[in-house]
Design a protein around this ligand. Structure first.
Ligand code: SF4
Length: 331
């Protein structure tokens, strides 16, 4: 097993509210190995993006606050660093691609300027070298006309090209770890496949470690080596990708799998007679109304009395698999 490049332990994040604080992230622990691709999966409101922003040191404080736990990146504990120290790491060693390129890109600067600015913040290069590196980055992310891309403003590019431009900016300083938050949400299926292939290539060729945040298990099948499933601020299952698809253990993981249409090439599983789509009933509980016991109890077909009173703990199932559910308490 690779030494982890990122190790999150018992992370709890609080949001200050007028009445009382609420916790969108409640004791989260997982890791990403060097050159490993991990997908963090869950519905909106499960705490995925808040966890990622905490890693990047981008949570606004207030109202957010890391209440407890640790985030180690390349052996350095991030939660105790000053903002200036984290921002030095950001871009150079770790980077993030955001869900919506139009809000993440600066509309008043060209793509070329934004790529060069990212490189210049960490490396001393001549303007010719900066130009060459920016062109190279746009070529790597598959921008069809890199020279045009350099001079373009964000609004002059299509959604797919903006996504690529944002990836080029994120990768410009050659980070070793990239967080991609719903990196293909606004793209059509063929562009989605190209971006995912690009991420996989960067991982295999450059050893880039990836944390891909998504609610789409089709994406997971294309990029992940390991999958971490999150629900109501907690990790409910953490397992190698094949185990998740072959034998999902947590009822929430099973529900997610039952609610996606499979097809050959998307999860490698053909749809058959038995392959009925079933959505998970109900909704994720709001942060101020997470029930005592298992947070999934009101949506779980297998809920037992104990689930209403006792919080399930992490159970090791095999060498590299964890599930938090009372169904596996006796294993
Ligand atoms: Fe369902 Fe109980 Fe497992 Fe929660 S702990 S997922 S309610 S069986």
């Amino acid at each position: 097993m690779n030494a982890p490049i990122l190790a999150i332990n018992g992370l709890e994040i609080e949001i200050q509210k007028k009445t009382r604080p609420v916790s969108p992230v409640r004791g989260v622990s997982f890791s990403v190995g060097k050159g490993e691709a991990v997908c963090l999966v869950g519905e909106s409101g499960s705490g995925k993006t808040v966890s990622a922003l905490a890693v990047m040191g981008l949570l606004p404080h207030p109202p957010f606050r890391v209440k407890s736990g640790s985030i180690f990146f390349e052996g350095v504990e991030l939660t105790s660093l000053r903002r200036r120290e984290i921002s030095r790491m950001r871009g150079r060693r770790m980077s993030m691609v955001f869900q919506e390129p139009m809000t993440a890109l600066n509309p008043v600067f060209t793509i070329g300027y934004q790529i060069k600015e990212g490189i210049a913040a960490h490396e001393r290069l001549s303007s010719g070298q900066l130009h060459g590196r920016a062109l190279e980055m746009l070529g790597q992310v598959g921008m069809p006309e890199p020279e045009y891309g350099l001079k373009a403003y964000p609004h002059e590019l299509s959604g797919g090209l903006r996504q690529r431009a944002m990836l080029a900016i994120a990768l410009a300083a050659r980070p070793v770890f990239l967080i991609a938050d719903e990196p293909t949400t606004s793209l059509d299926v063929s562009l989605q496949a190209r971006i995912l292939k690009l991420l996989s290539n960067l991982r295999s060729e450059r050893g880039l470690a990836l944390l891909v945040i998504t609610h789409n298990l089709g994406i997971v099948a294309q990029v992940a080596q390991r999958v971490v499933i999150m629900y109501a601020g907690k990790i409910v299952e953490d397992a190698p990708v094949l185990d998740i698809f072959d034998a999902p253990l947590h009822p929430y993981t099973r529900g997610l799998l039952e609610s996606i249409p499979y097809s050959a090439g998307q999860g490698g599983v053909e749809c058959s007679e038995k392959c009925r789509l079933r959505s998970i009933p109900g909704n994720i509980p709001p942060l101020d109304a997470i029930p005592r016991g298992c947070p999934f109890q009101d949506r779980c077909r297998e809920a037992m009395d104990v689930c209403r009173t006792v919080d399930p703990v992490d159970i090791n199932v095999g060498k590299s698999r964890i599930v938090a559910c009372h169904l596996y308490g006796s294993l």
